[in-house]
Design a protein around this ligand. Sequence first.
Ligand code: ADP
Ligand code: MG
Length: 536
Amino acid sequence: MDIVGNVLPQVLKDEATEDKGEMARLQSFVGAIAVADLVKTTLGPKGMDKILKPTGPGQEMTHITVTNDGATILKSMYVENPAAKILIEISKTQDEEVGDGTTTVAVLAGELLREGEKLIQKRIHPQHVIAGWRIARDVALKRLRDISTENDINSQEFHDDLVKIARTTLSSKLITSDRDYFADLCVKAVLRLKGSSNLDYIQIIKLPGGTIRDSYLDDGFILKKQITIGCKRRIENAKILVANTAMDYDKIKIYGTKVKVNSMDKVAEIEAAEKEKMKHKVDKILKYQPTVFVNRQLIYNYPEQLLADSGITVIEHADFEGMERVAAATGAEILSTFDAPERSQQVLGHCDLIEEIMIGEEKMIKFTGCKKNEACTIVLRGASTHILDEVDRSIHDALCVLITTVKNKRVVWGGGNSEMQMAAACEEEAKKVQGKQAFAIEAFGRALRQIPTIICDNGGYDSAELIQNFKVELQKGNYTCGLNMTDGTIGNMSELGVKECLRVKEQALMAASEAAELIMRVDDIVKCAPRKRERA
Ligand code: ADP
Ligand code: MG
């Protein structure tokens, strides 16, 4: 040992360091478990929220975030520990892939490592642990798929399932009391998509003011912009040209290109030429015969005047996202050159009515009866921007999960049901396997059982007793049982309507076990020396 200690500093140059064997592993375990413990208390419908506060100068209190969402918490954390980073990464991936289960995945990986640490203390080699975990994961996955059910996509049952899934996803978030209202709203929005998975068609607008209950779903598309003064405020049967092109010309531009002239007349000449060019461009646009012109960039007075004079309604300076959505919803193409007016039929978007509306105190433009009729808008109202942001995140989660469910169709019971069943499968398997792997398989089951245990703990209930009762109920063959988090008992999930999407659980299981395995494999952490600037 001493020899290694003496030699190493000579092997690694400068500030590079190395942590070996036990030390390295311990360091990863501690990091990963610490991260998992941090989000643990937010798990489940009675989970607590966290306040995220930025550090550093210039970061005022207005930038704080109040959230219950695992991914949001983890994303904003600044950590140095490599294993902790892996956990943060899987939570992020979970968020991107399926939108929910972001806390579950981190907690499960943490619990797996906690069990793994105990196994290593018992002198079981990491490779045996990993081998056991792999068997356990497959068994658990098989059980999970076996217990999932599928309904016909057009049936009332499927529709009910969607509402239940949305409710379960929303139940842990800020808006618990309003979850039925929002579950319904999200399902309606997703069903409008008719199987498409393009979330762009569902737009969320946040407007401080009013109460959460004033939020509503509006068909059609709403753009947070105003119609330029002097244009028509109501256009029926609109033909929309969506563009991203420069419609400004002025001195700054000319100066920017460094044109040297020797008299003011010359400047005026250049300006006139620019003006002429602009007129030419407008003429080209007019050839497409649109009735509405939406541009990403600013439109200056002169071209605006030209367009308005031709009876075209102008919307300028649309934000990029808004513009892409207008294009998607109305079936338009985004143009930046205007040389093919013969394609006007294909590139122009259509909608039945464009009008200016008022939401709260703000004026907006509403597009109704769009060509792609899937488009709709969720208008969120609420007392403060913090609440609105959290509602927005929750709704986004719910929409993602619903879209995943519509694609995948398979559902499982929530309230810890699937985890308990998977744990049972692992336990059964452990009895059949010879060798040390069996310990690891058992441990995998225990880690899975920690999910319902933590959900119980977070509700302030006696988890030891409840989980034991839960086990017994399942053993008896009561396969729809689960945690009743209002009474603190084991209840019937089909009566309580707690359902979850299979994909969310699958993804959480796979990602957590992969991450745990990855961290388990580590036996060496090498810190590379910082790269130095080459001397000139
Ligand atoms: P995640 O970020 O992982 O989705 P959540 O805080 O949303 O974490 O908690 C999800 C867990 O809470 C799931 O295991 C789910 O089954 C459980 N759960 C959600 N709603 C209920 C409920 N009403 N009763 C019992 N369990 C619930
Ligand atoms: Mg959730």
